[in-house]
Design a protein around this ligand. Structure first.
Ligand SMILES: [Zn+2]
Length: 281
C-alpha cells in the first residue's frame, strides 16, 4: 500500500505526489491499490481527536512560536521543544477569553513524571531497546495545529491502524516520534506496531541530506542515470544487504533482505565524493 503524508496544504500538492510515485516506480517499488491521501482523511483524525477529548486528555494551547522557544527546553534529537505545560491549567473562562483573539492549537496530555504509564519502552528491530519518558522527552504534544492541520503523530497512528500496518520502517531521525505514537496507540485502544528505523544518508559533515540544501536528490540522479540498478546496488551494499557493490534491481534484492544484516551495519551512510563517483561508474 502507498500512503501520501500530505497533511500540510502549504507544502504538499498532487504534483509532488505524482512525482513521488514516478520516482518509486523508477526504483522498481510498486504497490497495491490506490494511494491513501492523508489530505482526504481529516474526518478520521477528527474522530480520533474526539476520542481523546472524551478521555479528558486534550486541551487548547495558545502559545506563540516565540513563547514556545522562550519557555521550553529544546529537545536534543529533533529540534522540537519539550512543552512545559503552560496552557494545561487554563480555566474555562480564560480559554473562552483567549479564543476570541486566537485559534488555539490542541495538545494531548501525557502522564506526569513518575507515572509508569508515561514510560514507553520498545525494541526497535534495528537499533534495539528504546526508552522514552514522555513528560521528560516531549511533554504534552500537539495533535492539531492552530491552523487546523492535524499533527503527524496523530495521523500516522490512525492510518496505521486503518490500513492494517504492523511494521513501520522509516528513517532513524523519526525514532523520537515512536514513544508518542505508541502512547496514542495505547490511549486510543489501537494495536501496537513494530518499529524498524533505518540509517540516514548524511553529508560528510554529518548533516542530514535535504532537498532544500540542493543535495543529491532522486530528481538529479535520474537526470544522469540510465536506470536505478547502480543506485540500488550502492545502497544495498552500504546498508549491509549485499557483500560488495554491484548493480542490482529491487526485485533481486528481495531474496537478500534480512533485518539482521541491516542491524549489523546500522549507522548513518555518508554521501561523499567517492560514493557519488561509484554511482557514476
Ligand atoms: Zn501553550
Amino acid at each position: 500500500m502507498l500512503r501520501m503524508e500530505d497533511l500540510d496544504p502549504a507544502t504538499c500538492d498532487r504534483q509532488k505526489a505524482l512525482q513521488l510515485m514516478d520516482d518509486l516506480r523508477w526504483l522498481g517499488l510498486t504497490w497495491n491499490g490506490d494511494p491513501w491521501y492523508q489530505s482526504e482523511r481529516s474526518w478520521a483524525y477528527g474522530e480520533a481527536l474526539e476520542a481523546l477529548e472524551a478521555l479528558g486528555l486534550v486541551y487548547p494551547c495558545f502559545c506563540s512560536r516565540a513563547e514556545l522557544h522562550a519557555a521550553n527546553a529544546p529537545h536534543a534529537s529533533d529540534g522540537t521543544y519539550i512543552y512545559a505545560g503552560t496552557c494545561r491549567g487554563l480555566s474555562a473562562a480564560e480559554i473562552a477569553e483567549r479564543s476570541l483573539v486566537k485559534r488555539p492549537a490542541l495538545r494531548v496530555m501525557v502522564p506526569e513524571l513518575g507515572d509508569p504509564a508515561g514510560s514507553i519502552d520498545f525494541i526497535d528491530g534495528v537499533y534495539g531497546l528504546q526508552s522514552t519518558v514522555l513528560a521528560r522527552d516531549c511533554g504534552d504534544f500537539l495533535v492539531r495545529r492552530s491552523d487546523g492541520v492535524y499533527a503527524y503523530q496523530l495521523a500516522v497512528v490512525v492510518d496505521d491502524a486503518a490500513m492494517g500496518v504492523n511494521h513501520v520502517v522509516r528513517a532513524h531521525d523519526l525514532m523520537g516520534s515512536s514513544g508518542r505514537q505508541r502512547y496514542l496507540q495505547h490511549v486510543l485502544g489501537l494495536g501496537e506496531v513494530e518499529y524498524f528505523h533505518v540509517p540516514l544518508l548524511v553529508a560528510p559533515d554529518g548533516r542530514r541530506l535535504a532537498k532544500r540544501d540542493f543535495d543529491l536528490d532522486l530528481g538529479s540522479l535520474r537526470a544522469w542515470m540510465r536506470g536505478p540498478e547502480r543506485l540500488l546496488g550502492l545502497l544495498a551494499w552500504k546498508v549491509g544487504l549485499i557483500e560488495s557493490f554491484e548493480p542490482v534491481s529491487a526485485a533481486e534484492l528481495v531474496g537478500e533482505f534480512s533485518w539482521d544484516k541491516v542491524a549489523a551495519r546500522c549507522g548513518d551512510i555518508v554521501v561523499d565524493e567517492a560514493l557519488v563517483d561509484a554511482l557514476r561508474g
